[in-house]
Ligand binder design. Structure first.
Ligand code: PGA
Length: 240
């Protein structure tokens, strides 16, 4: 793992985009994925700005979303799909060659899971995957206890994730399951960029980076990735 501790959130976001841009220069027809949520917001905005400024060329690259709450579509408030559409894809004046955003409200969620596998198989492996870390160490919805060898899957949400998600939904929605790229697909990415900010992430990030590799802390598997960058702001990186 290559650890980069930045002075603040803006620098963390800029650094993450720099690493994605470098990957896309090497593999212009690659496959890119960004996590949704609070952490990557600055990075996806910076990425879109640089694409629009002609500094990053995505005309031959594809995009795939990381995960979704089962029950929510990309028009539902708090969904990862809405984040993808509004904060990233909708901002691009020069679009990706193609994009696949998971629909957590699909009538047949098993078909949706298969479609995610198929898209990654067709356009992958991932060139650059930008991930956040959950308070339980999850990557996407690879919750604690997940099988490291999984492809796309549907998984019960952990109690920690259910507690944290009130920041997205309040009492409006109580998802029980997530649909997610699997760790086998994430580990097959050419480059992984794990970003984290804020003091509340310091302890779980320390466990993921310095602790033993265990599926109790799914992000710890990234210690075995050949090109993984951990990019943290000063508060989240305090324990590294
Ligand atoms: P956050 O979520 O960016 O909202 O902190 C990270 C995660 O749960 O993966």
């Amino acid at each position: 793992m290559k650890i980069i501790v930045c002075k603040d959130y803006e620098e963390m976001s800029r650094k993450a985009v720099e690493l994605v841009a470098e990957s896309l220069r090497e593999t212009p027809a690659g496959l890119v994925s960004f996590a949704g949520g609070e952490t990557p917001l600055g990075a996806v905005h910076a990425f879109a700005d640089q694409v629009n400024a002609g500094e990053i060329d995505i005309s031959r690259a594809h995009y795939v979303s990381l995960d979704e709450w089962v029950g929510l579509s990309d028009t539902d408030e708090g969904s990862c799909g809405l984040f993808n559409r509004v904060e990233l894809l909708g901002r691009l004046e020069k679009p990706f060659a193609g994009a696949h955003v998971i629909n957590g409200a699909a009538a047949n969620i098993e078909d949706e899971r298969r479609a995610l596998d198929a898209y990654i198989a067709q356009h992958g492996p991932l060139t650059a995957s930008v991930l956040g870390i959950g308070m339980n160490g999850h990557l996407g919805f690879n919750e604690d206890g997940v099988d490291f060898e999984s492809d796309a899957h549907i998984i019960p949400l952990s109690d920690v994730t259910k507690r944290v998600m009130t920041k997205y939904f309040g009492e409006k929605f109580h998802p029980e399951y997530g649909i997610s790229q699997g760790l086998r697909q994430i580990m097959a990415a050419k480059r992984v960029i794990l970003i984290a900010n804020g003091a509340h992430k310091a302890e779980i990030l320390r466990q993921a980076v310095r602790g033993e590799v265990t599926n109790r802390v799914p992000a710890s598997i990234l210690q075995q990735h050949p090109d993984c960058y951990v990019v943290a702001d000063a508060a989240a990186g305090a324990g590294l």
